[in-house]
Write a protein that binds this ligand. Structure first.
Ligand code: UDP
Length: 413
């Protein structure tokens, strides 16, 4: 219930939501992404849609389908949007992408909605079948500040056929966008089983079930098994810390159905750490919310050493639990951590190791940082703010002059 959030954000913020939603009652809103489970987008949609419904909006969520070949291409696109590595996009891949998009359009009814949110690059092409009078919004969740030109060119073919687009940070808005562009950071839900309070007993039971020693410090990173999350860099940093502190490292991850690389990276990590009794590589089912909650609460230090990061919900999740987070100085992590106040931003493996050691040596300081971290999330990264931003976005987009359909756009107007 929306009213249950009053204790986190105050009554005024909740009343504001109802006022904003008044004019949007019975509006049919569809969200489309590429996976039901695994990763931050699914996490957010699973919480945001019920709240939109409670406000009287007819919100729905659909997921596109694709085979391995399709998701291999979209993962390559994802990587190329984050990092400009030397490779190209083949025309055969584009043809296959479009074929899958048209197959989805035959199955997903997009006609009966007033506003359609398309999340991330995987389903971006659905806009080819935009019906007159509809408003389409492309919601980007990744860091597109320095994309591979070919990957951006691919997206640009579609982006300008939308009515609006949304990025997490101004730096992610790349050149060539000709439509209204908004900046809305994501959020976490304090009432999600992943974020609610847990008793000391519950935390202890979960951690010991995974054979962790509660008498030794625990350093944790929670992330999909993905090279861009740099689990290998975390292991190197941990080994430097281990020379001075007898501590444990936990890498908690899961697979997402739209990420074909996860399984191989998981296996590589298992091989690399086979002889390390204090390193735990844990592959959990994607709905292990209570376990993730317990790991975040029960750890001494939380790290997030991503090479690139759209936002990194895991950072706010840990900060909400009063943990100082040490994260890479990249993308959305920079937006969450206030360096030296709520945690630390680092630029290298050595930097990460140094900051972990600094925190392990000063428990009291760590506690104070954790309190600041929670307040930062309360003010900026909770779901009520996110919902309010989406309602304003919908209002603005509905009142913006009508745009061309994709085919008019493709013909140059
Ligand atoms: N997550 C999870 N289990 C895991 C790894 C991640 O439930 O083993 C969750 C995590 O708690 C967070 C989301 O998946 O809510 C990941 O979002 P984030 O923005 O950090 O990264 P993304 O996977 O979207 O790149």
């Amino acid at each position: 219930m929306i009213k249950d959030y009053i204790s986190f954000v105050g009554e005024e913020s909740i009343n504001e939501l109802f006022i904003l939603a008044e004019k949007l009652k019975n509006l049919k809103v569809l969200h489309v992404n590429s996976t039901h489970k695994g990763g931050g987008v699914a996490e957010i949609l699973s919480r945001l849609i019920p709240l939109m419904k409670e406000l009287g909006i007819k919100a729905e969520w659909k997921v596109i389908k694709g085979n391995e070949k399709f998701f291999n291409f979209t993962k390559k696109l994802h990587n190329l949007l984050h990092l400009c590595i030397p490779t190209s996009i083949e025309s055969e891949e584009i043809v296959y992408y479009l074929k899958t998009i048209y197959e989805n359009l035959n199955k997903i009814d997009t006609e009966n909605y007033d506003v359609i949110f398309i999340h991330d690059p995987q389903p971006i092409g659905l806009v080819v079948k935009k019906h007159p009078g509809q408003k389409w919004i492309w919601r980007c969740h990744i860091d597109t500040s320095a994309p591979h030109p070919k990957a951006w060119e691919f997206l640009e073919n579609f982006i300008n056929a939308y009515d609006a687009c949304v990025f997490h940070m101004p730096e992610f808005v790349y050149e060539g966008i000709k439509i209204p562009t908004y900046i809305i950071p994501p959020s976490i839900d304090p009432l999600h089983p992943k974020n609610i309070e847990l008793s000391k007993e519950e935390i202890k039971n979960i951690l010991t079930k995974f054979r962790l020693d509660l008498d030794k410090p625990i350093i944790t990173q929670v992330s999909r098994f993905d090279r861009l999350k740099d689990p290998f860099g975390v292991i190197s940093a941990y080994k430097l810390v281990k020379k001075k502190y007898d501590c444990q490292l936990v890498l908690v991850g899961s697979f997402a159905s739209d990420d074909p690389e996860g399984e191989n990276i998981y296996k590589e990590l298992l091989n690399l750490t086979a002889d390390e009794k204090d390193i735990f590589i844990l592959n959990l089912p994607p709905d292990s919310h209570k376990e993730i909650n317990a790991f975040q609460r029960g750890s001494t230090v939380i790290v997030q050493k991503s090479i690139k990061e759209g936002f990194g919900l895991v950072v706010s999740e840990a900060m909400w639990k009063e943990k100082p987070v040490i994260g890479s100085n990249v993308g959305g992590i920079k937006r969450q951590i206030v360096h030296g106040v709520t945690g630390y931003l680092v630029n290298s493996i050595e930097g990460l190791a140094m900051r972990i050691k600094q925190l392990l040596a000063n428990k009291e300081f760590m506690h104070t940082m954790g309190l600041y971290a929670k307040e930062r999330v309360r003010h900026r990264f909770l779901i009520i703010r996110h919902l309010r931003d989406y309602l304003i976005l919908i209002h603005k987009t509905l009142t913006y002059p009508a745009k061309m359909t994709f085919s008019q756009f493709a013909k140059g107007g």
